[in-house]
Design a protein around this ligand. Structure first.
Ligand code: BGC
Length: 510
């Protein structure tokens, strides 16, 4: 039997929560709430850390130059492959960019990314990816004689790129832990696995999901300034002027030339100077495959939200002063990572006043029978963790806007947390308003629906269309002789349609 549907306001719902538990809820509220003053302090520290990442000395935030030089015009054309190595799926797409401005056609196949692969060997990883590419080509182009197809490979981990078709993995994130890959260029073993199978593919660009998101969204929206992912991991990319990047000074690039920077802001505050970490954040970090890394990401990203919730519940159960799940076997809840972000989403989405759905989920998944006050605590905790995630995310966006002096901007965002977590967008927008002290809307009229000066909005498909666009932009500039971040221009065009069409003589224009 289910109770009545919840009213939008939750005021008064704590009426039957006993005193000790109310006190506990208050303690959690204090711990997980980030007020406006703190949001501003975090943002300001982030602004200086973004700049430090671009400096010659470098900083904690990697600020990786991606060699994606400038925005698309909407006039990009050609046929491209895109490969997205995500956490759960592997996606292969073929994208055609036709003459029509801002248009595209896409065919795609998804392959499951087996969980064992994430902690297996490098050979297994590259072999599996190459098998999927081979299957895709065989299925969609059976019996055809193909030119080498240019590929944009979305590899969403921090990588140092000396060239656009090069990327030394700085460190695995998001729970990946494959030995022998960190510190090495991921492109040669990938290409070797592809060549071994005779797949007609030429890797044109190795890209990050955030850069793909930025470029795909900018393809149809000239206001687009930042690309973000709020999913299993979290991160952002934006366009920087080469003149603002001291660590590239030795390359003598045109100071007005734009280059996309993959911030890798997940690493923000690894030194723990400003983020309000709770004891639970400390445990998440300590028990992760890379302790000390991705401090910001571990407080925000989908991979960690459920785990934080679980750690709090276990801690409360073990605290003799708080009577929660008393006398019950909580062994299922004790399993690390047994709750994921969708579990939290479901709690926040529970439409019933008596939190019936949450009650049933705890019973079926964790074999725990919750009382009404316990359900209220569970619900409030999910709100606190989800709200903190959205508010801290806004600090990163605000920091980039402050650094670049953007008073207005569109920010393209993708990822499961952004797309599916209840209220994430509204909570993030509220935090941006507090940080950036808006008094009027983008159009000078009072703030209201749809006129926030900086708006975080759903992005276009970054790892499909974005990857194809970056491959197209790269080939175009190679043909035009703009060779920043291009290792071997002739090799890049060799065997592709672009070579057959004939290119202007390739000459560096630095
Ligand atoms: C990775 C980034 C990526 C982000 C979102 C992080 O863990 O380090 O490269 O953009 O996740 O997928």
């Amino acid at each position: 039997m289910v109770g009545p549907r919840r009213q939008p306001s939750r005021r008064g719902s704590m009426a039957d929560v006993p005193h000790d538990m109310l006190q506990e809820i208050k303690r959690l509220e204090d711990m997980f709430t980030v007020d406006t003053t703190k949001l501003k302090a975090i943002t300001d520290h982030c602004v200086s850390e973004l700049a430090r990442g671009l400096s010659k000395e470098g900083g904690t935030i990697p600020m990786n130059p991606t060699w994606c030089m400038g925005f698309p015009t909407g006039h990009e054309t050609g046929t491209f492959l895109a490969l997205d190595m995500g956490g759960t799926n592997l996606r292969v797409c073929e994208i055609r960019l036709p003459e029509e401005v801002g248009e595209f056609d896409i065919i795609q196949s998804k392959y499951r990314m087996p969980e064992e692969l994430k902690t297996g060997t490098a050979d297994e990883l590259w072999g599996y990816i190459a098998d999927c590419l081979q299957q895709f080509i065989e299925y969609h182009h059976e019996g055809e004689k193909l030119d080498q197809l240019p590929l944009g490979f979305t590899f969403s981990y921090p990588a140092t790129q000396d060239y656009i078709d090069h990327g030394v993995l700085q460190r695995w994130t998001k729970g990946f832990d494959i030995e022998g890959v960190e510190g090495k260029d991921v492109v040669p073993p990938f290409q070797a696995a592809v060549a071994e199978r005779g797949v007609p593919i030429k890797l044109t660009a190795l890209i990050n999901d955030t850069t793909g998101t930025l470029i795909a969204s900018a393809y149809t929206d000239p206001e687009m300034k930042i690309g973000c992912i709020f999913g299993t991991g979290c991160n952002a990319a934006y366009m920087e002027h080469c003149g603002e990047i001291p660590k590239l000074e030795h390359m003598k690039l045109d100071p007005d030339q734009l280059i996309a920077i993959n911030c890798e802001w997940g690493a923000f505050d690894n030194e723990h100077k400003v983020l309000p970490r709770t004891p639970y954040d400390v445990i998440v970090d300590k028990d992760s495959p890379r302790p000390g890394q991705q401090a910001f990401e571990k407080m925000i990203a989908g991979l960690y939200l459920g785990e934080l919730h679980r750690l709090v519940l276990v801690d409360l159960h073990e605290n003799p002063n708080v009577k929660i799940f008393e006398g019950q076997d909580i062994s299922a809840l004790k399993k690390p990572y047994s709750l994921d972000a969708s579990f939290l989403s479901d709690i926040e989405n529970d439409p019933y006043e008596n939190l019936q759905e949450t009650h049933d989920r705890f019973e079926s998944l964790l074999k725990i029978k919750c009382t009404k006050p316990e359900l209220e605590l569970i619900r409030r905790l999910a709100e606190l963790i989800g709200t903190r995630s959205a508010r801290l995310s806004a600090c990163g966006v605000a920091a980039i806007c402050k650094k670049k002096g953007y008073k207005t901007a569109h920010v393209g965002a993708d990822g499961s947390v952004f797309n599916k977590y209840p209220h994430f967008k509204a909570r993030g927008a509220q935090a941006l308003k507090e940080i950036l002290d808006w008094t009027v809307g983008r159009d000078g009229k009072p703030l209201g629906r749809g006129n926030d000066p900086v708006e975080i909005m759903p992005a276009e498909d970054g790892s499909g269309v974005g990857a194809a666009l970056i491959a197209a932009l790269t080939l175009k500039r190679v043909q035009e002789g703009n060779l920043a971040g291009i290792r071997d221009p002739e090799a890049m065009l060799r065997g592709t349609k672009a070579e057959k069409r004939g290119s202007k003589e390739v000459q560096p224009n630095k």
